[in-house]
Write a protein that binds this ligand. Structure first.
Ligand code: NAD
Length: 497
């Protein structure tokens, strides 16, 4: 059958066997309490599966299994080359199961199948491959020391790493944690979002199939309570979190209340996309600006949700932007032609619609603004654009995490930089200009972890560290710097005489 048709994916979806149990110590297990929660598809609002609702007993069992595996050195004790081989096998299995995993992501999170097959699942496999390939090449240091000493600086795995992740890129965000954490030799307990737990549960089985020993990689589905239990757990050495800034603040407190575990936070954003009057290609910039906010239904931590346009080019830019926005038509995510899928659930739909209502009161609606496709039973919102006169309006200040763009007008570079930096967040930013000096100067002044010049959201490869300034978090995912999150530095001084 033809993979480019809706019928193909609908047939595959109907035949899919979905596993909803936790994966602990190398096997699937129901929650000890017997409790489950409904996993609902945002495509049509229908139930997909019952998923184990893990609580303290399950979290404790998973952490104990992870600790046992670590202490027994079944993983950390392997030669890095051996870990690499097993991780590469795991990534190969993910690629072999591409359709199945992509389908789980699409059904669970409402993401277009064209994206889950080309970005999410291959991206997760690539992340595992990248860290697998890196781990037998990075070494320690022999450092200058007194003549009678040999000084070594080595990196060692932390032990048990817990990863708590969101729903917008379920398997990809998880892989940015488990890829480097496992490569470095740690054991991992992953808690996927309750809104999108299915792909994590499936890849855990594939990890075992690839030869990653039981207990080294565990998955405990559940709500915020399960995440909190991990963050408070005294036998967890590190909590790697991706999610909202509010929960990130709680996670830091939980670490302080328990064992001062290392806490790494990848949090929200309200990223500015600045278009200067000497923008080299207004058409491309407008198309890119639309993609920056409407791709993945705006459920992007890096969403270019604040578009700062110079007054001189505003009218022409907005015409082209709205033309580009018209190309994002919410539709069935199982249809390979769909570029905009469903909002993840009713709660998020209501949240985004509430922001749109707030926007109607404080700004001028230029495009969209409504829920659509209601007959499907699913959760769809059209691309929405507001012209905002006050840059500190609610919709221009708070992270919406939906397809809602605030356009802000400015008159000078200094004003643009000031507005761009006037935010609690600092995850990403972009500037469009033909002047090389301006590009570098503005990039330096922007307080953000990633700055794009004349592009947006580029750099899908693993070489760029990813993370934020200010309340967008700390530490960095991706790149060799990510290994710093999952290792301790040890100084060993050997006296020769
Ligand atoms: P969220 O903070 O509500 O949830 C994230 C995870 O934390 C989920 O697994 C959830 O169950 C868990 N959780 C909830 N309450 C908890 C608690 N009290 N203790 C421990 N865990 C708890 O975020 P979300 O709605 O799933 O995701 C959207 C957010 O994620 C946005 O703010 C977005 O910007 C951010 N995000 C950031 C990045 C990044 O790399 N910076 C990437 C993707 C998403």
């Amino acid at each position: 059958m033809d993979k480019t048709t809706l019928a193909y994916w609908q047939k595959k979806a109907a035949a899919l066997a979905i596993e909803g149990r936790a994966f602990i110590d190398g096997e699937y297990r129901a929650a000890e309490s017997g409790r489950t929660f409904d996993c609902v598809s945002p495509i049509d609002g229908k139930g997909l599966a019952q998923v184990a609702d893990c609580s303290d007993a399950d979290v404790n069992t998973a952490v104990s299994a992870a600790r046992r595996a670590f202490d027994a050195s079944v993983w950390s004790g392997l030669n890095p080359r051996q870990r690499k081989a097993k991780l590469l096998k795991w990534a190969a299995l993910m690629r072999e199961h591409l359709d199945e995993l992509a389908l789980l992501e699409t059904l669970d999170a409402g993401k277009p199948i064209g994206d889950t097959t080309s970005v999410d699942v291959p991206g997760a496999a690539y992340c595992v491959e990248w860290f697998a390939e890196a781990i037998d090449k990075v070494g320690g240091e022999v450092v200058p020391a007194d003549h009678h000493l040999v000084g070594l600086v080595t990196r060692e795995p932390l032990g048990v790493v817990a990863a708590v992740v969101p729903w917008n890129f379920p398997i990809l965000m998880a892989s940015w944690k488990f890829g480097p954490a496992l490569a470095a030799g740690n054991s991992v307990v992953l808690k996927p979002s309750e809104k999108s737990p299915l792909s994590a549960i499936r890849v855990a089985q594939l990890a075992l199939e690839a030869g990653i020993p039981a207990g080294v990689f565990n998955v405990v589905p559940g709500g915020g309570e399960a995440g909190k239990l991990l963050a408070l757990h005294r036998d967890v050495d590190c909590l790697a979190f991706t999610g909202s800034t509010n929960v990130g603040k709680l996670i830091m407190q939980y670490a302080g209340q328990s064992n001062l575990k290392r806490v790494w936070l990848e949090l929200g954003g309200k990223s500015p996309n600045i278009v200067l009057p000497d923008c080299p290609d207004i058409d491309r910039a407008a198309k890119t600006a639309a993609g920056a906010i409407f791709y993945n239904m705006g459920e992007m931590c890096t969403a270019g949700s604040r578009l700062l346009v110079h007054r001189d080019i505003k009218d022409v830019f907005l015409d082209r932007l709205i033309d580009a926005a018209r190309g994002y038509i919410p539709g069935n995510p199982l249809d390979p032609d769909t570029s905009m899928g469903a909002i993840v659930d009713q709660l998020q739909l209501d949240r985004v619609l509430a922001y749109i209502e707030a926007g109607r009161a404080e700004a001028k609606l230029l495009h969209g603004g409504s829920r659509v496709q209601q007959d499907s039973g699913g959760f769809y919102i059209e691309p929405t654009v507001f012209d905002v006169s006050q840059h500190d309006a609610k919709i221009a200040r708070e992270e919406i995490f939906g397809p809602v763009l605030s356009v802000i007008t400015f008159d000078s570079i200094d004003e643009a930089v000031k507005i761009a930096n006037d935010s609690d967040y600092g995850l990403a930013a972009a500037v469009w200009t033909s002047n090389l000096t301006t590009a570098h100067e503005v990039a330096r002044r922007l307080r953000a972890g990633t700055v794009w010049v004349n592009c947006y959201d580029e750099g899908g490869d693993m070489n760029f560290p990813f993370g934020g300034y200010r309340q967008s978090g700390n530490g960095r995912d991706k790149s060799l710097h990510a290994l710093e999150k999952y290792t301790e530095l040890k100084s060993t001084l050997v006296r020769l005489r």
